[in-house]
Design a protein around this ligand. Structure first.
Ligand SMILES: C[S@@+](CC[C@H](N)C(=O)[O-])C[C@H]1O[C@@H](n2cnc3c(N)ncnc32)[C@H](O)[C@@H]1O
Length: 361
């Protein structure tokens, strides 16, 4: 447990003394301060067609393990360390509705138990049917599927990537775009909205790509996108023209066959860690094996945007590794830029967990 964090157990967050037994900023005032600090940002976001954003980023704003997000008509509260007291939940909902001047449908997902799976048992926390319905949120003028609870554990749109999707929308005109680890295809959708010539979304999870297809259907004015359901390793190696190698003694499961192909803009946003029959995604120990084939699938004069969301990896160390890997693989970086999440993801030490590098090759 980190210093200043509360011990686990129920009833630990309530509005009068956020953490029992700890001297701490009360949740109510921490929340009001967070809402105050977002005044200008929210006006800006609403003007640009965005109603999905973080209202309270607990780890940096006074209640570690608590996040409060608006997803269009829905208010999504998530706790990761301990269960939020029922009255505290209702109080924060009321405060937010009053400050924002709108009604929001409340969904509370307690992810503090059992390996961060959502606790759906306690009826006190069951959301209304309307709140759990299929809803629509907006970002950069695009429509996105919002679903408070679904088969997976994370919300269908990662909000800290908003600035990166905005960048993609601004920089995709006429480009062939490859969206790797596409999840619900927000990056692909942004590229299509930005006038990309081709958009290809790649992910191994059919359910995530299905939401990507829903997102496409929610924006019928956009050109159609391609969806490839495949493990990253065989797919990217084939696109890069590299052999798909088998580990000694292990027969590979079947995988879709792809022709070598290059893209003008490649977006690489992998999970922190994932193991499959084809390889291991490990952002701490081995970013290179993800990066190398992605570099080789990026066209001459193309751009590779890559992310690392692991808090314990520093931007400086990771950037050094990335630039060295590009050099070593004959794709030296001509120019690079860092893209930070927006101010709804404040970071006291200026080291946000999600790091994004734009590499001009
Ligand atoms: C952190 S999310 C990526 C977020 C996404 N880039 C976005 O824009 O929201 C991780 C995604 O990687 C996919 N994934 C994990 N391991 C994979 C693998 N080996 N091959 C293909 N997809 C994988 C998961 O299905 C999930 O959709």
């Amino acid at each position: 447990m980190h210093a200043g964090e509360a011990p686990p157990g129920p009833l630990l967050l309530n509005c009068s003394s956020a953490y029992q037994g700890y001297v701490h900023v009360p949740l109510e005032s921490a929340l009001r301060a967070a809402l105050d600090s977002r005044n200008g940002l929210l006006t800006e976001l609403h003007a640009q067609g965005t109603d999905c954003y973080r209202l309270f980023h607990g780890s940096q704003e006074g209640a570690a393990g608590l996040t409060i997000d608006r997803y269009g008509p829905q208010l999504l509260v998530q706790s990761f360390h301990q269960t939020l007291d029922h009255d505290a939940l209702l109080d924060l909902h009321a405060t937010i509705e009053q400050v924002l001047g709108l009604e929001l449908l409340l969904v509370y997902n307690d992810r503090s138990q059992g390996n961060s799976r959502i606790d759906r048992r306690d009826p006190a926390y069951q959301a209304s049917e309307a709140a759990l319905a299929d809803l629509i949120g907006h970002e950069w003028g695009l429509n996105y599927r919002v679903r408070g609870r679904h088969a997976g554990q994370d919300p269908l749109l990662f909000l800290d990537l908003r600035n990166a999707r905005g960048w993609v929308k601004q920089n995709s005109a006429g480009k062939r775009v490859l969206n790797l680890f596409a999840y619900t295809c927000g990056v692909g959708l942004s590229a299509a909205a930005g006038g990309a010539r081709e958009v290809c979304n790649l992910d191994f999870a059919d359910g995530n790509l299905a939401v990507g297809r829903e997102n496409a259907a929610l924006n019928p004015e956009l050109p159609s996108m391609e969806f490839i359901q495949s493990d990253y390793f065989p797919a990217i190696r084939q696109l890069a023209g590299l052999p798909v190698s088998q580990r000694r003694g292990h027969k590979l499961p079947p995988y879709p066959r792809l022709e070598p192909r290059q893209f003008d803009l490649v977006f690489l946003d992998p999970p922190a860690w994932a193991k499959s029959a084809f390889g291991t995604v490990d952002l701490l120990r081995d970013y290179q094996s993800l990066l190398k084939p992605a570099l080789l699938s990026t066209a001459e004069d193309g751009v590779l945007v890559c992310c690392n969301n692991l808090a314990k990896v520093s931007l400086d160390d990771w950037r050094t590794q990335v630039l060295r890997c590009a050099e070593k693989n004959g794709r030296p970086v001509r120019e690079w830029q860092v893209l930070a999440p927006a101010a709804d993801f404040p970071s006291m030490d200026n080291q946000p967990p999600l790091k994004t590098l734009i590499l001009h090759l």
